[in-house]
Design a protein around this ligand. Structure first.
Ligand code: UDP
Ligand code: MG
Length: 302
């Protein structure tokens, strides 16, 4: 059994060697190739990968022309992988290579895809834990796919499922959702995510927000319908309110209703902006698909 390990890395110069050591000790008894995808790092990440690839023929590296994002880096690594069993994981040690034999054990029980779920994350902030929990609740109600909370992109896939995954040419990719969508026999195991070995999280708030929006808009059109529902509700409320206003007018009770007017303007204005925003998200997706640009460019390989 030959393995391909796919590792996206963005500004992880100090972690490359550390994760490499963990991998070779965890996979002593396996034949494997390890593909690092340098996602346009600004530090020496690719130099570190090159040093390893010169010493160890099993190590390969791809370097992007710029930062295309974690999900795109995963795609590039999967495209590059040659072996029958493919494992994707992070470069920062939060997906411990020591768990890989457990993934393989699960595969041997007859599964095509083995997903993982974090039972704890050593350095996750309160904010990240809460937003992540609610995010999965929202995505599971809005979409037809079911994603377990605290899912991660630490996963084993067979060649057959990777080939299926690679047939999807979608641009703004939400890997977790696409994996569920392709089907096959899937299983999930738990693991404890330790602290990041060195450096800070590369998922900035902006990147997390983008990731969250992509997840929902690529698997559900319900937010679009939300605009219609809130629109109808606003009209109904407005209609009832206008009856009240008319009655007050005929009773001669009209006062300069500044407060109520402001409320209506604010609430309605808010809903309108929200609706336009939702439509905008979908139009942006159509726009990206229509442009049909390549997913990424490779600057260098080793
Ligand atoms: N990553 C990437 N491109 C990016 C951001 C992150 O390739 O634009 C990689 C990063 O180097 C790491 C993995 O994706 O290997 C997960 O990122 P990180 O550990 O920063 O996220 P967190 O664990 O904090 O959610
Ligand atoms: Mg991490």
């Amino acid at each position: 059994m030959k393995l391909s390990i796919v590792i996206p890395a963005y500004n992880e110069e100090k972690n490359i060697k550390l994760i490499y050591k963990q991998i070779i000790s965890a996979l002593e008894n396996f034949e494997f190739e390890c593909i690092f995808v340098d996602d346009g790092s600004k530090d020496n990440t690719f130099e570190e990968i090159k040093i390893l690839s010169e010493k160890d023929k099993r190590i390969k590296g791809i370097s992007f022309s710029r930062n295309f994002g974690h999900q795109t880096a995963l795609l590039a690594g999967l495209k590059e992988s040659k072996n029958d069993i493919i494992i994707t994981m992070d470069a920062d040690g939060q997906h411990p290579p020591a768990v890989i034999p457990e993934l393989i054990k699960e595969y041997k029980r007859g599964f095509d895809i083995v997903n993982t779920q974090r039972i704890s994350t050593a350095d996750a902030s309160f904010f990240k834990k809460i937003t992540s929990k609610w995010y999965y609740k929202i995505i599971n109600t809005l979409t037809d796919i079911k994603i377990e909370s605290a899912s991660s992109d630490f996963r084993l896939m067979t060649r057959k499922t990777v080939d299926a995954f690679l047939q999807i040419d979608e641009k703004d990719r939400f890997t977790r959702g696409l994996i569920k969508w392709i089907g096959f026999n899937q299983s999930i195991i738990n693991f404890k995510a330790p602290e990041r070995m060195t450096g800070k999280s590369k998922y900035t708030f902006k990147k997390m927000f983008r990731f969250a929006i992509d997840g929902i808009t690529s698997f559900s059109s319900k937010p679009l319908k939300f605009s219609i529902i809130t629109g109808i509700l606003s009209i109904l409320v407005g209609f009832i309110y206008s009856i009240y206003i008319l009655i007050m007018y005929f009773l001669g009770n009209t006062t300069p209703g500044w407060a109520s007017m402001m409320l209506v303007i604010l609430i309605l204005g808010g809903f309108q902006l929200l609706s336009i925003g939702i439509i905008g998200e979908y139009i942006a997706r159509i726009f990206n698909e229509a442009k049909n640009r390549p997913h990424y460019f490779i600057k260098e390989k080793c």
